[in-house]
Design a protein around this ligand. Structure first.
Ligand SMILES: Nc1ncnc2c1ncn2[C@@H]1O[C@H](COP(=O)(O)OP(=O)(O)OP(=O)(O)O)[C@@H](O)[C@H]1O
Length: 308
């Protein structure tokens, strides 16, 4: 469990993280999404004590990171700029980390196998490809068998097989009851793994919601209808939670709050002919763009926060 309360980070005049509140719960993959510069990495750095908050708090499993006596067992993290001694082998790098927590060689071998690094474990980490480096970073994050796993842009540099492997790994860790917190600026990738989403923009939480809810809020439940009797159809469909728009004189209406099936049935019952009945599909990417585009950034925050 990760809990941020009014978490704030300022660098001089720049507010990178602006009073954010969120809770990342166990047993699910939570995606941490936002465009470049939204404050994701800064938030993650504060979670593991690499940066101190200017105000507010963030705890992992009920305590600030620095208060844990064996932090590797609490939270395993892969941050973008994790430094690995280039001359050291993957195995030695993991052994050095393991020693700090009294973790044995058997666990090092285990995480090497889990991350598919067996063939290169004795090679210099400095010669690793980006994808291999990511796998090594993930191996290090898993070393302490932590309850909470936090990964910053984990699919960066991974080939399709690696991306698939990451997905399976993350959903598997969540299924074991762990807290899994993963950042990305790729909504499409998050849609495939995340159960829950926290979307940030300009250091603020814009949405704390599920994938389905986000699509719905972005207009995913709009249905376009064309009829020769728009006035009649409006009368038939009007009801609580239903919004109907359309240009005066136009035969086309856009309806939100009713599924296409209900609209079709209501029209048939009243003998109103329809020429078009199309459920508008909003892709997750569109929903994300809509949410994070500058002009609606703070408006969106008001309507979406707490919508889950
Ligand atoms: N050490 C620093 N000094 C000054 N400004 C910083 C520092 N670290 C981050 N920032 C600024 O804070 C803001 C948030 O940056 P951060 O790296 O947390 O965003 P991000 O969401 O992780 O972005 P990306 O997807 O590009 O990694 C940016 O405007 C960035 O320039």
């Amino acid at each position: 469990m990760i809990e941020a309360r009014q978490l704030t980070k300022r660098y001089g005049d720049k507010t990178a993280v602006d009073g954010v509140d969120f809770t990342v719960r166990p047993g699910a993959v939570t995606g941490f999404l936002g465009p470049n510069g939204a404050g994701k990495s800064t938030t993650m750095r504060m979670i593991i004590g690499l940066d101190a908050p200017t105000a507010g708090t963030v705890t992992v499993n009920g305590r600030r990171y620095a208060e844990h006596s064996a932090p590797l067992h609490e939270v395993g993290a892969l941050l973008e700029a994790r430094s690995i001694h280039p001359g050291r082998s993957a195995f030695d790098h993991l052994m050095v980390l393991a020693h700090t927590h009294g973790i044995g060689r058997a666990r090092v071998t285990e995480v090497i196998e889990m991350t598919g690094l067996q063939a290169v474990a004795r090679k210099r980490a400095g010669a690793f490809s980006l994808g291999m480096g990511q796998r090594l970073g993930i191996a290090a994050a898993l070393l302490g068998d932590p309850q909470t796993i936090m990964l910053d842009e984990p699919v960066n540099g991974l080939d399709p097989e690696g991306v698939l492997w990451i997905r399976t790994l993350l959903t598997g860790l969540a299924a074991e009851g762990r807290t899994v917190f993963v950042s990305s600026h790729l909504m499409s990738e998050m849609a495939l793994v995340a159960d829950h989403l926290i979307v940030v923009g300009r250091g603020r939480v814009l949405a704390d919601t599920t994938v389905q809810e986000l699509v719905l809020q972005a207009g995913g439940d709009t249905v376009d209808v064309t009829t020769d009797d728009p006035a009649g159809l409006r009368r038939v469909l009007t009801g609580p939670g239903v919004e109907i728009s359309g240009r005066p004189g136009s035969e086309q209406l856009s309806v939100t709050g009713l599924p296409a099936r209900a609209i079709g049935l209501a029209a048939a019952r009243h003998g109103i002919a329809l020429f078009e009945l199309t459920a508008r599909t909003v892709s997750l990417e569109e929903a994300f763009m809509e949410l994070t585009k500058d002009s609606v950034e703070y408006h969106a925050a008001n309507t979406l926060v707490g919508a889950a």
